[in-house]
Structure formats: structure tokens, C-alpha cells
Design a protein around this ligand. Structure first.
Ligand code: LLP
Length: 453
């Protein structure tokens, strides 16, 4: 097998071509064309299982229960939601559309959470009608809104309050700031002498008979490779829980620590290890609750990328190859080989949006050629349309070659667009030597079908 950042089912065949879960990528391409997203089902299931069992074991060892919600924003299709559920995960949604997919997959409402900093009345009603297990409220206005709508429906809405702890993480470090300048959540930090927005919101929820306060939610960032941030945020949330108990006599039962577990994108990257991180967080929260003299709540987490990111790859066909002479900062010239593929920023916006780094290989054949410094670019009409900024590819890379980009399972298809009227690629699942279409390729008819002339 080939190893990270490829999914566990990826390997090279004797003639050098790539296979995923026993399926030759050339066969996939012959049947489905390119570009195409390919999901290694067993890899997805393995990671879902690994996160659930690691957290259950570590939190169980300190006497706390835990639920793992798969964050559907990373990639949600009906089959993917089913896989998550079959592996014992719940599903976290962030819009009515994501909720619709989870419901179509027959995920029970009670196992679904609904997020969003600006949920519409229609979204809230849909969630209430589906009997979702939790609505994560994000503002005082929303607390009133959910209470009113629950009242209209004659139900009691289970809610968590999303708070901001000042802890931000992503990449290798975390930072903590008192007053955060961002749209999500309610701050645990008070302006001088005032009550914190988080405490005010929790107390407000308790006043409404149409609302049942489940607990407190915190999400600190994404692609986090240092678990210290989770522990720092958990400490702040648990202290808030203890303060609320003192203020109101209510010790809430649940604490959600959000998602953000980092993965390998490049060869040599080291992903967060679920067992290690689960143990670290479990031991830390157990110690904090002892210090505070409170019992442990039930915990939950919401990994998205860590479950589906490494399971996915994208297949492209190389169209043009162009050596470009580039002047370096030190005045020396060097050649960069621009390799254009048949997709780009419409199927993976992450390099353009975040400067995200990816790894690519030629996968339809082997090559004994030397490698050259290459940049894989798309077919869109802007120079920022980069798929892989920097990668060594064989010098004989040429039109017709198949190229695969690793670890595109998360936030690829889910953030795809139709820029330049490109139809979005299909999502193919491979497992045990067979493939199937989870989401079909869009056609020009799909695109024109929306246009009312
Ligand atoms: N829970 C909440 C409340 C979130 O906001 C997110 C991600 C997650 C869970 C899942 O985070 P994950 O485990 O996947 O890191 N588009 C960006 C990532 C945005 C993440 C937004 N929230 C990217 O492509 O890197």
C-alpha cells in the first residue's frame, strides 16, 4: 500500500497504475470519465470507527460518556450519512439541505444536530418537525426565535448554546484572545463588570419552557494538529458550566468540543492520532471537573475532515503541459512545469481560498523519468486556479496522463461550484474491487435546466 496522504486502500498495481480498494483507476476513468471524486468506503468506515472507539474508550476510562457526530459539511451524500450511522456516529448538519440529506439517509432525528449562525425560521421548523436531537443556538435573537417556533409547534426544543472561549486553533498552534472578532457563538468573556454573552444566553434559555438546555458547545477551528487547544477550550467550557450551576442551580448534562482534528495532506505530514488526542482530552477534562468539584458531563465531538478527508482523492486528465521560466527572488531563473488538468478551482477551491497544499501523482502508468518541479493548475480563467502549488512529477508527464490528488475527501465536493459553467464531477465510491456512483456527474442540461431564459 502507498500510505498517507492516500487512503488506506490505495496501492500501485504491477504495471505502476494506481488502484483504490482493488479498483484500477483506469477502469474507473473508462467508465466514469474525469474529473471524478473517488471515496474509499472502507477507509471512511475505518476512520469513523477509530474516532468513535478511541473516544469511547478514553472517556469511558474516566467515567464519561461520549457521542461522535460526523460533520456533514465536509461531505454529505445519502450513502455517506448511512456509512457514518452504520459506524455508530451521529450526524451534524449546518443547513436545511444537509438536514434533508441526513433524513433521506434515514438517520433518526434524535441523532442529528443542527448548527448555523443564521438559521431561518423554515430551517428551525424543519429541524423541530424532524425531532432533531439538538439545535445549537448561536445568538440571543435565535434563542427567542427557536422558543417562539417551538411554542407554535407545541414542542420543547433541545438546545445547546455555542460559546466562544477565546481559543483558536488550526495548523500547529493555538492562540487565545479575550474578545473575538468573528460571527460564531457567544463569548465567555465579559466586558468590564458585565455578564458574559455566553452566561446571559444560557440563563435566557433556562427562562423558556419551550426550550430544554442540553449543554454548551465550543468549536475552536479546523485542521488542528496540536491537541492543547481542545484542552484549553474544554477547561473554559467546564468552568462556565460550573459557574452556570452556581448561578442557576442547573448543572448541564452535555458539552460538545466541536471538530477540527487535523489530517495528513502531504507525504510526511503526521495526522492527529485519535487515540492519543482522545486520551489527552479525557484526562484533562476529568482533572478539570475534579478541580471544579463538578461531575463529568456527557461529551460529544464533531469531526468532519478527519473522517472523510483522507478517504477521498480526485482523478483528473492532463490536458496541456507548459514549461514556464520563472525568476526567483535571488535573480536566478528556474523552470516550473505547468500541468493543466480538466478541473480546478470549481472542484477544489481550497488551494485558491486558503493556500492549501496537496500532493499529486501520475496514476495511469509508471515512469522511469527524472522528476521536475511542477504546478498542477485547472482550466478556469484565472491564474489563481491552482490545484497543487508545488509537486515533483515525472518529466515525461504529458497530455492524456491520469493524475490523482490525495486527501480531497473533505471540503472538495462540498465546496464545489459551477464556475465557468463547469458541471460538477461525480462522487464515486469504491469498495472490495467494485465501484458505484454516489452522486452522478452534472451535465450541461442540469446547468441549463436552472436557466429560465
Ligand atoms: N463543528 C462545527 C461547529 C464546525 O464549524 C466545523 C467546521 C466542524 C464541526 C468540522 O470541522 P472539521 O473536523 O471538518 O475540521 N472549509 C474549510 C473548513 C471549514 C470548517 C468549518 N467548520 C476547509 O476547507 O478547510
Amino acid at each position: 500500500m502507498t500510505g498517507a496522504p492516500w487512503s488506506t486502500g490505495v496501492g500501485r498495481l504491477p504495471d505502476g497504475a494506481l488502484a483504490v480498494a482493488g479498483v484500477d483507476v483506469r477502469d474507473l476513468v473508462a467508465e466514469h470519465g474525469t474529473p471524478a471524486y473517488v471515496l474509499d468506503e472502507a477507509d471512511f468506515r475505518m476512520r469513523a470507527h477509530a474516532y468513535r472507539t478511541a473516544f469511547e474508550a478514553a472517556f469511558g476510562a474516566v467515567g464519561a460518556g461520549v457521542d461522535v457526530y460526523y460533520a456533514g459539511k465536509a461531505l454529505l451524500t445519502v450513502a455517506v450519512a448511512r456509512w457514518a450511522r452504520e459506524e455508530g456516529l451521529r450526524v451534524d448538519t449546518a443547513s436545511s439541505g444537509e438536514l434533508a440529506v441526513a433524513l433521506r439517509a434515514e438517520v433518526p432525528g434524535a441523532e442529528i444536530g443542527l448548527h448555523g449562525n443564521n438559521k431561518s425560521d423554515a430551517e428551525i421548523l424543519r429541524a423541530l418537525d424532524a425531532g432533531v436531537g439538538r439545535i445549537i443556538v448561536d445568538s440571543l435573537v435565535e434563542i427567542e426565535r427557536v422558543a417562539r417556533l417551538a411554542g407554535e409547534r407545541g414542542v420543547v426544543a433541545p438546545v445547546m448554546v455555542r460559546v466562544t472561549t477565546g481559543v483558536h486553533a488550526g495548523g500547529h498552534e493555538y492562540i487565545a484572545t479575550a474578545h473575538e472578532d468573528q460571527k460564531f457563538g457567544l463569548s465567555v468573556n465579559a466586558a468590564d463588570g458585565a455578564e458574559s454573552p455566553a452566561m446571559a444566553a444560557l440563563l435566557e434559555v433556562l427562562k423558556h419552557p419551550e426550550l430544554r438546555l442540553l449543554g454548551i458547545h465550543s468549536h475552536i477551528g479546523s485542521q488542528i494538529l496540536d491537541p492543547d487547544g481542545f484542552e484549553a477550550a474544554a477547561r473554559v467550557v467546564l468552568r462556565l458550566r460550573a459557574d452556570l450551576s452556581e448561578r442557576s442551580g442547573v448543572l448541564v448534562d452535555e458539552v460538545d468540543l466541536g471538530g477540527g482534528y487535523g489530517i495528513a495532506y502531504l507525504p510526511g505530514d503526521v495526522a492527529l492520532d485519535p487515540e492519543r488526542v482522545a486520551k489527552d482530552i479525557a484526562q484533562s477534562v476529568s482533572g478539570v471537573c475534579q478541580e471544579l468539584g463538578t461531575s463529568l458531563p456527557r461529551f460529544s465531538i464533531e469531526p468532519g475532515r478527519a473522517i472523510v478527508g483522507p478517504a477521498g482523492l480526485t482523478l483528473y486528465t492532463v490536458g496541456t503541459v507548459k514549461p514556464v521560466t520563472v525568476s526567483a527572488d535571488d535573480g536566478a531563473d528556474f523552470t516550473r512545469t505547468y500541468v493543466s488538468v480538466d478541473g480546478g478551482m470549481s472542484d477544489n477551491i481550497r488551494p485558491a481560498l486558503y493556500g492549501a497544499a496537496y500532493h499529486a501523482e501520475i496514476v495511469g502508468r509508471s515512469s522511469a523519468a527524472e522528476t521536475v518541479l511542477a504546478r498542477v493548475v485547472g482550466k478556469h480563467c484565472e491564474s489563481g486556479d491552482i490545484v497543487v502549488h508545488e509537486v515533483q512529477l515525472p518529466a515525461d508527464v504529458r497530455a492524456g496522463d491520469l493524475l490523482a490528488v490525495a486527501a480531497t475527501g473533505a471540503y472538495g465536493r462540498s465546496m464545489a461550484s459551477n464556475y465557468n459553467m463547469l458541471p460538477r464531477p461525480p462522487v464515486l465510491a469504491v469498495s472490495d474491487g467494485a465501484s458505484r456512483v454516489l452522486v452522478r456527474r452534472e451535465t450541461e442540461d442540469d446547468l441549463l435546466g436552472l436557466d429560465q431564459g
